[in-house]
Design a protein around this ligand. Structure first.
Ligand SMILES: Cc1cc2nc3c(=O)[nH]c(=O)nc-3n(C[C@H](O)[C@H](O)[C@H](O)COP(=O)(O)OP(=O)(O)OC[C@H]3O[C@@H](n4cnc5c(N)ncnc54)[C@H](O)[C@@H]3O)c2cc1C
Length: 464
């Protein structure tokens, strides 16, 4: 494993879950805590979770298309930074960073084509209230709204739902600046395969300067949480459980053969609210708002208990304005074909003794297949098995290969923005359009201006 995880002798790594959570919980209830502070404190430049110290602090901010073009023409090597929410080094650079954070406006909302076009620095947290107030919605959202739309789509970020594609499937057009500083415009309608190759671009094709997303009429939702669903019910009724709502998330610590929390997010269609039964496959309906990590305060979570609310305040688990998840953490996630969901889940469950000491919580979600070349759901309806780890990289780095080995019969594809140890040979085997993607990258970036160590290792198969 080549990632440099600078723990700076954090005492956290030796803490048990209770002590760790106690430390987190005070900070969690105050808006924007420590991970964001590391960006601003004159500390080294780090990612959101603080586990990656970036390879340079040289950063340039561009505020317009022309400034981006001028910068791209002048630089020989750099990376664009979004909101820094990746846990691995996909966004890292040893040369220079470009940020387009101030380019965060809506360019056009077109009711005719049902699309919205935004600048690359915009986050879902900024876009969603804007859309909602004008009567529109996105089809799905990730667990948090804090991430940039360009960065999220570049790594195939996803939410949950049998019929919901990942967030990149909503992209209908892109404008990007290639390595020569030229403007490239690609659309779903006109550019077929090239477009499908470019959407989940991993930051390798150029600087996204505009991104167009499909919208649909706004809708209301309700969220119910159930506690303690036995694994045997999951085993026997996985498909029914997963199709019980528009978006379903299962949280487990892999202990006691149960799903700790089932989050059901239902759309309210034609004013008909969802009458949630008190029991769901043996799980009991919660009587108060819960955090996915039950020990943590639910204050930073979206409203539950069936209270109706707009789509953008129910689809994410975490509220804008508060720190999502646990803060000091690591994350990994594997996509396996939907038909192997139960086998894969049980394979991980067998490792519960090894996983338990280092885990904060796991989440299981389903995602519809798509046709985007570098999407982990390419031509494959998927179940994702996600791990939020304590920030204990030495232990987690030893566990990941064990989990990956257990999942190997199902050919797991890793989340591009999270931690994994799967070899590049395996990645090439599992992402069948990877050679086409390499060719496309070479067209837009012949000299590797947008490449970094991560891309060289995992995509281009060379050492920088
Ligand atoms: C607490 C937490 C919860 C999360 N929950 C989920 C979840 O529910 N589902 C999920 O799938 N993932 C989840 N993630 C992962 C996250 O969505 C991804 O890591 C995503 O890429 C973050 O976007 P970003 O802008 O922060 O990316 P960054 O880390 O800043 O960048 C990611 C990549 O995008 C590229 N990029 C960014 N902007 C541009 C641009 N303008 N042009 C070209 N390339 C660009 C970068 O160069 C880099 O390669 C979570 C992460 C955290 C920290």
């Amino acid at each position: 494993m080549v990632y440099t995880h600078l723990d700076r002798a954090r005492p956290i790594s030796s803490m048990n879950k209770r002590a760790f959570l106690k430390l987190c919980s005070t900070a969690l209830t105050s808006p924007f805590i420590s991970p964001l502070l590391s960006w601003a404190t004159g500390d080294k430049l780090r990612n959101w979770a603080g586990n990656i110290e970036y390879g340079t602090e040289q950063s340039h901010s561009a505020g317009s298309l022309e400034e981006v073009r001028e910068y791209v023409r002048k630089q020989s090597k750099f990376k664009v930074l979004g909101t820094r929410h990746c846990f691995n080094k996909i966004a890292d650079s040893t040369d220079q960073f470009l940020t387009v954070k101030t380019m965060d406006k809506v360019v056009a909302l077109d009711p005719e084509t049902r699309t919205v076009t935004v600048e690359p620095g915009m986050t879902y947290g900024q876009l969603c209230p804007y859309l909602d107030s004008r009567g529109w919605a996105l089809h799905n959202l990730a667990s948090l709204p804090h991430i940039s739309i360009a960065g999220a789509c570049s790594t195939a970020t996803h939410g949950s739902g049998d019929k919901n594609g990942n967030l990149a499937t909503a992209v209908s057009a892109l404008e990007l600046i290639n390595a020569g500083g030229d403007v490239v415009k690609l659309s779903r309608q006109q550019d077929g395969e090239t477009f499908r190759g470019a959407v989940v671009g991993l930051g390798a094709l150029g600087v996204i300067t505009k991104i167009t997303l499909d919208v649909q009429p706004r809708f209301m939702m309700q969220q119910h949480v159930y506690e303690n669903l036995p694994f045997r019910e999951l085993k026997d009724h996985f498909d029914t459980i997963e199709s019980a709502a528009y978006s379903v998330s299962l949280f487990t610590d892999w202990q006691k053969e149960r799903i700790n929390e089932v989050w059901l997010k239902n759309r309210i269609e034609q004013g008909r609210t969802f009458d949630a039964p008190s029991e769901f496959f043996g799980a009991k309906r919660a009587t108060k708002n819960l955090h996915p990590i039950a020990e943590l305060s639910a204050e930073n979570c979206t409203e539950q208990l069936g209270v109706p609310g707009p789509w953008y305040e129910r689809l994410p688990h975490f509220r804008m304005g508060f720190t999502p998840s646990a803060g000091k953490e690591l994350q990994s996630e594997y996509f396996v074909p939907r038909e192997h969901a139960v086998e894969a889940i049980l394979a991980v469950e067998r490792l519960h003794d090894q996983i338990g000491p280092h885990l904060l919580i796991s989440e299981i979600r389903t995602i519809a297949a798509d046709d985007l070349w570098m999407s982990p759901c390419y031509k494959q309806s998927s179940v994702t098995i996600h791990f939020t780890w304590k920030q204990e990289w030495p232990a987690v780095s030893k566990l990941l290969p064990v989990i990956e080995k257990e999942l190997a019969p199902f050919h797991p594809r890793p989340h591009w923005g999270k931690l994994f140890t799967i070899s590049s040979e395996q990645l090439h085997f599992r992402y069948e359009r990877l050679p086409d993607f390499v060719e496309l990258s070479r067209k837009y970036d012949p000299d590797g201006k947008f490449r970094n160590e991560f891309l060289n290792k995992h995509i281009f198969g060379t050492v920088s």
